[in-house]
Write a protein that binds this ligand. Structure first.
Ligand code: FAD
Length: 318
């Protein structure tokens, strides 16, 4: 079932959903199940599975020659989606990236999604690699998320890249895209970024999931501005609980988001990690309750592979 159909069927009730990261290379899927199991009592209608690109570093072999080494790869987004879908009887949303893929490779991935009965995909550009100044698409790949949305939409119309003919069993993907209440880091302004978001929706995106934010006012302003320029699709807030002291530095640095002074102060007062986790949980509960009272369609949590704090939040909110 599509994410938008789940939202319609809920008739104004706020739904619970979350995002997981595939386990690291070599780890077992059981670890993932162990993190998903405690969250299933909150009946998520869909679960997102992220995708990451391969990253390489160049290591000096000692003789002046550099060796290219794979440092980070979390394969298996689609396999994980299929296995979760069947194990838990829940819809899954694979994240599909422009970065690292040609349009042909993307099409194969989408055809596989269709075979597997996956009805939703999240269309994203992806970030620049560590050794790139700015994002560089793969030769023959999509430049921006809007181009990927267009490609998915073409497939929904039964149009394949090299085989432009009608097919009986057309894909019918519901397409999610990213939105940024505090603007995307490369964008010159929030308004300019919102216009880009509108382009994604006009190209066929069915719903938006936001980047994490810690001040609900930012989300409410973002939604109001989006509605003003004619974006009418559901805008799902993304929530991430602070879990460690380091988040105070890295989250603003990586995502260019602001943290409220009260939250920084509360974390600074903590004596240990357990206290910081508790502050993060309490903050996310307050955010969630306010957003739910405002009637958001879904509360979407970034679990980052750990579910205990999400379980504690959900138990107070749902
Ligand atoms: P786009 O919508 O293409 O926008 C990128 C930038 O380009 C923006 O600044 C935009 O304003 C600008 N822009 C857009 N169109 C144009 C145009 N035509 N001309 C000029 N400028 C333009 N990353 C991953 O690697 N894996 C994941 O699984 C993943 N999941 C995510 C889930 C969510 C909910 C969010 C919010 C982000 C996720 N990301 C993920 C991160 C995402 O890939 C990065 O934020 C990336 O830098 C931008 O992706 P986008 O889809 O928003 O890009």
């Amino acid at each position: 079932m599509k994410v938008t159909q789940h939202i319609e069927a809920a008739k104004g009730e706020t739904l619970f959903s979350f995002e997981i990261i595939p386990p690291q290379k070599g780890k077992s899927i059981q670890e993932l199940y162990n993190n998903i199991d405690p969250l299933m009592e909150f009946k998520p209608p869909f679960i997102d599975v992220t995708t990451s690109r391969e990253e390489f570093i160049y290591m000096d072999k000692g003789n002046g020659l550099l060796e290219k080494k794979l440092t980070r790869m979390r394969p298996g987004t689609l396999g994980i989606c299929a296995s979760i879908k069947h194990k838990y009887n829940v819809d899954t949303v694979p994240h599909v990236l422009c970065g690292g893929f040609t349009k042909e490779e993307t099409e194969y991935l989408l055809v596989d999604c269709h075979y597997l009965g996956i009805d939703n995909v999240m269309a994203l550009r992806g970030d620049a690699m560590k050794d790139e100044q700015s994002f560089v698409p793969k030769l023959g790949g999509n430049d921006f998320a809007v181009d990927l949305v267009k490609q998915i939409n073409q497939l929904n119309c039964g149009k394949y890249l090299h085989d432009l003919m009608d097919v009986d069993d057309k894909a019918n993907f519901c397409i999610g895209v990213a939105g940024y209440p505090e603007k995307h880091l490369e964008s010159p302004s929030l308004i300019s970024d919102l216009k880009r978001l509108k382009e994604k929706v006009d190209a066929g995106a069915d719903y938006v999931v936001t980047q994490m934010f810690f001040d609900n006012a930012k989300y409410f302003e973002f939604v109001a501005k989006a509605r003003e320029i004619g974006i009418t699709v559901p805008i799902i807030p993304g929530i991430k609980p602070i879990a460690v002291q380091r988040h105070l530095q890295v989250l603003p640095q990586i995502f260019r988001i602001d943290l409220p002074e009260d939250l920084i102060h509360a974390v600074d007062q903590c004596k240990n990690n357990a206290d910081i986790r508790q502050v993060g949980i309490e903050w996310a509960i307050q955010q969630s309750l306010e957003l739910k009272a405002a009637g958001v369609p879904v509360l979407h949590y970034y679990s980052m592979g750990k579910s205990e704090n999400i379980r504690q939040i959900a138990s107070k909110v749902f």
